[in-house]
Design a protein around this ligand. Structure first.
Ligand SMILES: Cc1cc2nc3c(=O)[nH]c(=O)nc-3n(C[C@H](O)[C@H](O)[C@H](O)COP(=O)(O)OP(=O)(O)OC[C@H]3O[C@@H](n4cnc5c(N)ncnc54)[C@H](O)[C@@H]3O)c2cc1C
Length: 415
């Protein structure tokens, strides 16, 4: 059966961006419909490192404004969802072959201050001989730096955000793929096909393309545009190994190629290691870890850990795909460079395309708090109501009771 819907805003994609935009729109009184082709957070938004952070490493590239913004968003999330986002203390182990100590100290000094007031403890240099995290570390490391960020169950954050959007009046349709979107006089006419054979005909005043790694495909195939920028897909994988860390500290690991990865206490009995960065040319649904990525992550962890990890320690793994602007750079080079170069909105068909957000963020909420406006999207999507009741969007996320089991969908289990 095909249902016909009329709305102000059609959001395509049920990852964190789609869910947050739907919630924001519904909070402002817009009639919102969100369509997700599979399940909420089925892909990238459940396969991240799950950090709510400002992006310390980007200070090295002079991206001060971007880090400031991300730190402010970190605080918004800590405030609005303290039941979903918890403070995380990280230990950056100093290794003389890597960045000099003065540079790290300066960077952390700035990182503590850029985001304004926070209840998170400030950074500090620490000796590792008596440090509580030291039991897990190889003995050659003598000093390190503690600093604070946040951590979340990414999939749960998406689901809670979507549920809150629904409570504010948004219609959330999962297993509903938008197959066509045609510009019409009053906005957009879209067709969506359900996995159960049903469908939707949606008339929307505005459309947001929040399809993540499918953003270009959606523009080309569903919206029929050839004007969007080209995207490259980069896969990042994580492995989950039997617990190697004390529960109170995560490690920031510096690879010999100057990439940064993390070892994070995970689901009480495990440690999460990630991530890699590999060019990816396939369907994002097919993203799986490769043997070379496993070896890379184990070798990196073993530079630091007293009890080495090997393939036999891997409980499960998961891979996510991020879209980057195709500017000819290699994946690893892109990630060492400034992030905004990789994430810009494409507005070729006057649909607002969101792959700008490199982070788990309810960025619209942070922005609306300061400007009452939604980036430059308000003019593009032509919704005068967009700037109404911005305070709605920063209301706390609800407490929703869900099972405490480790989230396992879209994971690849190792035997
Ligand atoms: C390996 C890795 C680690 C990361 N770690 C972190 C981190 O620690 N902290 C952080 O802040 N950020 C991190 N990120 C970035 C963060 O995960 C992403 O920015 C974020 O998840 C992107 O969300 P999204 O909603 O744009 O995309 P997605 O989560 O990919 O959602 C897009 C959705 O659109 C749906 N879709 C596609 N086409 C259609 C269609 N035609 N109709 C309907 N639905 C459709 C898809 O099914 C999908 O669910 C990481 C990213 C990666 C890859």
């Amino acid at each position: 059966m095909t249902e016909t819907l009329d709305c102000d805003l059609l959001v395509v994609g049920g990852g964190i961006n789609g869910a947050a935009i739907a919630r924001d729109g519904a909070g402002r009184g817009l009639r919102v419909v969100l369509c997700e082709q599979d399940d909420l957070a089925a892909y990238t938004s459940s396969c991240s490192t799950k950090l709510i952070h400002g992006g310390l490493r980007y200070l090295e590239f002079g991206q001060v404004a971007m880090v400031r913004k991300a730190l402010k968003e970190r605080q918004v999330l800590l405030d609005m969802a303290p039941h979903l986002v918890r403070p995380l203390r990280l230990l950056l182990i100093h290794d003389a072959s890597m960045r000099p100590a003065w540079m790290i100290r300066t960077g952390l000094w700035l990182y503590d201050r850029l985001g304004g007031r926070t209840r998170l403890p400030a950074s500090r240099p620490v000796g590792l001989r008596r440090h509580p995290a030291a039991a897990a570390l190889r003995e050659e490391f003598k000093i390190g730096f503690e600093f604070s960020d946040g951590w979340t169950d990414d999939a749960r954050l998406v689901v809670t955000t979507a549920l809150d959007a629904a409570q504010r009046g948004a219609r959330i349709h999962t297993r509903m793929r938008v197959t066509q979107a045609v510009r019409s006089a009053g906005g957009w006419q879209a067709t969506a096909r359900g996995a159960d054979g049903g469908g939707l005909q949606i008339r929307a005043r505005a459309l947001v393309n929040a399809t993540g790694p499918w953003a270009a495909e959606f523009l080309h195939q569903a919206a029929g545009s050839d004007r969007g920028r080209r995207l490259r897909l980069v896969k990042g994988s994580h492995v989950v190994v039997r617990r190697r860390l004390e529960p109170d500290f995560a490690l920031m690991l510096q690879a010999p190629d100057r990439r940064i990865a993390f070892a994070i206490p995970y689901e009480r009995d495990f440690t999460l290691l990630g991530t890699t960065e590999v060019e990816f040319g396939d369907d994002p649904r097919q993203a799986r870890i490769e043997p070379a990525e496993i070896d890379y992550l184990c070798a990196l962890a073993n530079r630091y850990l007293k009890v080495p990890v090997g393939r036999e320690d891997i409980a499960w793994s998961f891979s996510g795909v991020r879209p980057l602007l195709d500017d000819g750079a290699r994946a690893s080079a892109v990630t060492r460079g400034p992030e905004p170069r990789s994430y810009v909105p494409s507005t070729g068909t006057h649909a607002l395309t969101f792959f700008r957000f490199s982070k788990i963020t309810l960025r619209s909420t942070a922005r609306s708090r300061t400007t009452g406006n939604f980036d430059n999207g308000s003019s593009l999507i032509g919704c005068s109501r967009w700037s109404m009741s911005a305070e709605q969007a920063i209301l706390a996320l609800p407490l929703i009771s869900m099972a405490q089991e480790p989230h396992t969908s879209s994971r690849q289990f190792e035997s």
